[in-house]
Design a protein around this ligand. Structure first.
Ligand code: HEM
Ligand SMILES: *[C@@H]1O[C@H](CO)[C@@H](O)[C@H](O)[C@H]1NC(C)=O
Length: 417
């Protein structure tokens, strides 16, 4: 049971013992609940942050947190003055449930305040990513093509990249004023201790992409419609036009650059039947000022953030047969990792590009020791619920059986302790 529900339960108990449940109290309480609920529903209707139903509005008619014309700067609440970037509790990204794994959009509305996060991984992830995009990371010492595979800007993506840059700099100074301090035309990042231009100005796309890597832990993809592709296969869809995809989990982002959404997702079994139509509709209707999140998870047998030849079944030779990994050979402390990605989608008001940010959580499987038995049971249950085709895609025929067994053994140890 989580701490929150413990609190509710003990409040409940206090209430019950100190107030005998006579009818006056009951009717008072019922009355209060009705009044509060009515107030809550009305205030939700008028609060700008919660008008966020992307299917009910379009960018041209919507009054948003950018102001009436969707053109002003984004309004973001600052974190509390005693927020400490290296002490904050990181999000637990466990988007799994005990049961069948279903291929769905799985999206949820959030507010602008929850878009980009700073957690204790901030510094090390940025340092890691800086090495990846400069072809200087020791894990890929034999390669010199990683920047080409991870950093992108098409000619027709440049205006949106500039708009995104200004949006991000404004966002970080608004949300984290203690760490992003405006200093004339520059912003001083006090965590990394460097200064970067406050606005895109006349910086080149390459410089802007580098500065963005220096500023946010999240990867980001900018997608736009491409009128030159109308008439081609899926040519009316949003296309991947710019961004940094440094933490790619099992594909080479350069194969997907400048391509429409359906092509980007082509290796996913069931995409055309189960996701294509709703995803395209969602992308078109998403309005500036709306923020929507989804998360996914998988398992990988190495520690790398960027990989283009592992993780996914389609990276194996054609007639390769996936066999369960030998439990005794699995190194759950160093090699086998849990990976989860928290993604947020929004639309930029001026150039109307869709922005997709991806925050990667990667932890050794043994960290599940610190979780509750219920989380481990749920995780094992979700792996059992992966259907054949997705199992092939995620390679869970290999890692699934040993990871399930590991979760069960951790639970047996916890029960015996
Ligand atoms: C609502 C938006 C989106 C949804 C619902 C979605 C859904 C998915 C799903 C279900 C997968 C399979 C892996 C998994 O999550 O279990 C996937 C993989 C992937 N997605 Fe998305 N996606 C979305 C947006 C995007 C965007 C904007 C990009 C931009 C480039 C993107 C790029 C990819 C790539 C490259 C893969 C890996 C494909 C492969 O294995 O080759 N996705 N997506
Ligand atoms: C999660 O989804 C993203 C994009 O939709 C994709 O790039 C990534 O490979 C997926 N990651 C995992 C861990 O399944």
């Amino acid at each position: 049971m989580n701490p929150k529900s413990n609190v509710t339960e003990s409040l409940d108990n206090t209430f019950r013992t100190s107030f005998p449940l006579d009818t006056t109290v009951v009717s008072l309480v019922v009355g209060l609940v009705v009044v509060l609920t009515t107030y809550w529903i009305t205030s939700r209707k008028t609060s700008p942050a919660s008008t966020a139903n992307p299917t009910a509005t379009t960018s041209s008619t919507k009054k948003s947190i950018y102001g009436t014309e969707n053109r002003g700067p984004l309004q973001v609440k600052p974190v509390s003055p005693d927020f400490e970037w290296d002490k904050v509790e990181p999000l637990k990204s466990y988007p799994f449930k005990d049961g069948d794994y279903k291929l769905t959009m799985g999206i949820k509305t959030i507010t602008a305040d929850d878009w980009l996060l700073i957690e204790p991984t901030y510094k090390s992830r940025i340092e890691n990513k800086r090495q990846i995009i400069r072809d200087q990371h020791p894990d890929y010492a034999h390669r010199s093509d990683i920047r080409k595979s991870t950093v992108f800007c098409a000619g027709d993506g440049e205006d949106s990249l500039r708009e995104f840059y200004d949006t991000i700099m404004h966002y970080m100074t608004s949300k984290y004023p203690q760490y992003f301090v405006v200093d004339g035309d520059y912003i001083h990042n006090k965590i990394m201790d460097w200064k970067l231009p406050r606005n895109a100005g006349d910086q080149t796309p390459d410089q802007l992409l580098n500065y963005l890597v220096d500023t946010i832990e999240e990867d980001f993809i900018i997608l736009k419609k491409d009128p030159t592709q109308i008439g081609k296969v899926d040519g009316d869809e949003y296309h991947f036009k710019a961004g940094v995809f440094a933490f790619a989990a099992g594909f080479n982002p350069s194969d997907r650059f400048n391509k429409p959404l359906s092509f980007i997702h082509h290796p996913i079994p069931g995409y055309e039947e189960k996701l294509k139509v709703s995803m395209n509709r969602f992308f078109s209707r998403l309005a500036p000022g709306n923020f929507v999140t989804r998360s996914n998870f998988s398992v990988q047998t190495h520690h790398k953030f960027y990989t283009d030849d592992q993780n996914k079944g389609h990276n194996s030779p054609k007639d390769y047969l996936q066999e369960p990994l030998d439990y005794d050979k699995c190194d759950f402390d160093n090699e086998v990792h849990y990976r989860s990605e928290r993604q947020v989608l929004t639309k930029l008001p001026k150039t109307e590009a869709v922005v997709f940010t991806i925050r990667t959580y990667l932890m050794p499987m043994s960290h599940f020791k610190y979780e509750t038995p219920e989380v481990r049971r749920r995780f094992a249950g979700q792996i059992r619920g992966i259907p054949d085709d997705i199992g092939q895609y995620k390679r869970s025929w290999e890692w699934g059986p040993p990871v399930i067994r590991y979760m069960e053994e951790l639970n047996e140890q916890a029960a015996a302790a």
